[in-house]
Design a protein around this ligand. Structure first.
Ligand code: MSP
Length: 508
């Protein structure tokens, strides 16, 4: 296998249970990982949990238990997202693992050896919720610009010479114009860096829950140094000759939320450069969900529980909705009405109905077998070509992480296929021209086969079900097979089943 693809989610703070924001990032990354695997690429998909820092220590203190017991419990909830959301991550990393402690310390030592770390005294503002330092000038009405409470911190601290990286970072952004997506975010980062960078406090000495600084047991590492290092720990850093490190670094695509862009776009490449390593290939920052028009927050009590949603509506329905409802990269609103509307119209009516009417017609009127086509007419060829030409469009959108556009393009084919059924009327051909009926049905089954492949990254379970209904059992799916094979005529088809139940409107 060639063409490595390394995709990561942020590692999630374990101060609380998973919510829709976490699930969103993970599902989006999963869609990209699955698509890349179907391209025959060598994929490593990483997710995990961020388990150190003051925020976690406080959450454990509030429950009166030691932090390790606390993180062991909460991280299980995040781990269970993998089966719950049908994530295909290859690794789940925890920052409390031994391999990570070693890696974070090695990164630190490298930065120190190369002269980018010095000891000093920090006096300034810190927001525990964001695990971030803020300059006085950044505060808005005495709070962090994110709205988080800040506290005054004065302690002995190690500093990272971030100021030395202003020019190298700007040069890096210029030389790698695709480093940050979507495009608007890149400008935001560049403006910030152009404004000047202060050295960064990268250790804390007023609490203990963190990775110990090599050779100084009074300090723990600032949680963002520790957290960002996870992306290379998973590749067996500090062994730079490890096969995964050599294969996947710097081929990384970090999917993140817009709130943590600064850490990934500024600190992370600077840390890597300081350690003599290459920055990752690309970051993509997605937007934030509101809930029925309101900002989602624990204090408002309006967090959305992904487990309840998936149990109520189904995992593929939720995956579809999250990826389709808002353009990836922009903010958007979650509402039950919008979710139910999409399930009924896009899934049940458009997609489900197409599959159902074709499959049940073949089952009842073509002896439950894939018919044998005769000569293809222009409209048959046009539809088949449309299905084949969808792949290059999907590839283009994939490169830019335009996930919503990938789905929109697939639904254009669904629409075209539905119009073809209406125009060709196989039910009328049954008496008048059974040969033509066989051809029309064959074309439609081929379209369903293409659709089953194309929806796999978004809705893996439905894809598998549809392939089964088409008499195909070929996991793992790859686009090469899609292109090089076609449905064998004469193959038996099982009794059709609906793909998406409608949501009835009576609930108020
Ligand atoms: N631990 C850090 C990341 C370290 S990565 C080296 C962290 N964790 S987090 O649990 O707070 O957030 C993880 C992700 O969830 C972020 O990408 C964030 O953008 C995302 N979301 C949190 N709330 C969200 C919404 N309401 N909507 C969409 N995504 C949001 O940050």
């Amino acid at each position: 296998m060639s063409n490595p693809f390394y995709i990561t989610t942020p590692i999630y703070y374990v101060n609380d249970v998973p919510h829709i924001g976490h699930v969103y990032t993970s599902i989006a990354s999963d869609m990209l990982a699955r698509f890349a695997r179907m391209e025959g690429r060598d994929v490593l998909f990483l997710t995990g949990t961020d388990e150190h820092g003051q925020k976690i220590q406080k959450a454990a203190d509030a429950e009166g238990i030691d932090p390790k017991t606390f993180v062991d419990r909460v991280s299980e909830g995040f781990k269970s997202l993998t089966p719950l959301c049908h994530l295909s991550n290859d690794q789940f990393i925890r920052t409390t693992e031994e391999r990570h402690l070693k890696s974070a310390q090695a990164l630190w030592l490298k930065m120190q050896e190369r002269g980018f770390i010095y000891k000093g005294q920090y006096a300034g503002w810190y927001a525990v919720r964001d695990e971030a330092f803020y300059a006085e000038s950044e505060l808005v009405n005495g709070k962090a610009p994110t709205g988080a409470e800040v506290e005054w911190v004065e302690e002995s601290s190690y500093f990272f010479k971030l100021s030395a990286f202003q020019e190298p970072l700007l040069a890096f952004y210029r030389e790698n114009p695709d480093f940050i997506g979507p495009k608007g975010r890149k400008n935001e980062v560049m403006r910030f860096v152009e404004g000047g960078l202060n050295d960064l406090s990268i250790s804390r000495s007023s609490f203990k829950w963190g990775v110990q600084i090599p050779e100084d047991s009074d300090h723990v590492m600032y949680v963002w140094v520790d957290a960002l290092a996870n992306y290379i720990t998973a590749l067996d850093y500090p062994d730079e000759n490890a096969s995964n490190f050599k294969k996947f670094w710097p081929e990384a695509l970090h999917i993140i939320g817009k709130d943590i862009l600064r850490f990934h776009a500024i600190y992370w490449p600077a840390f890597l450069m300081a350690a003599g390593l290459t920055p990752p290939k690309r970051l993509y920052a997605h937007g934030w969900w509101t809930n029925e028009g309101q900002k989602i927050s624990k204090s408002l009590g309006n967090t959305i529980d992904p487990i309840e949603l998936i149990e109520t509506y189904g995992v593929d329905q939720i995956r579809y909705f999250l990826l389709r409802e808002i353009p990836f990269g922009q903010d958007g609103d979650f509402s039950r009405a919008a979710l139910e509307q999409r399930i009924n119209s896009d899934l049940a009516n458009d997609f489900g109905n197409l599959a159902q009417r074709v499959l049940s017609f073949v089952y009842k009127n073509a002896e439950a077998k894939v018919p044998t086509p005769t000569s293809l007419e222009a409209q048959d060829k046009a539809l088949l070509i449309e299905a084949q030409e969808l792949l290059p469009r999907l590839r283009e959108n994939f490169e830019k992480q335009e996930l919503h556009r990938m789905i929109e393009a697939i639904w254009e084919l669904v629409g075209a296929a539905n119009r073809y059924v209406d125009a060709e009327q196989p039910w009328a051909l049954k008496k008048t021209n059974p040969e033509r009926m066989a051809t029309v049905l064959y074309v439609l089954l081929e379209i369903l086969r293409h659709l089953a492949f194309y929806i796999f990254p978004v809705m893996p379970q439905t894809s598998m079900k549809l392939l089964h209904l088409l008499g195909i059992s070929t996991p793992p799916l790859c686009f090469k097979d899609l292109q090089e094979t076609s449905l064998p005529s004469g193959g038996s088809l099982p009794q059709p089943e609906g793909l998406f139940p409608r949501i009835e409107k009576e609930r108020k």
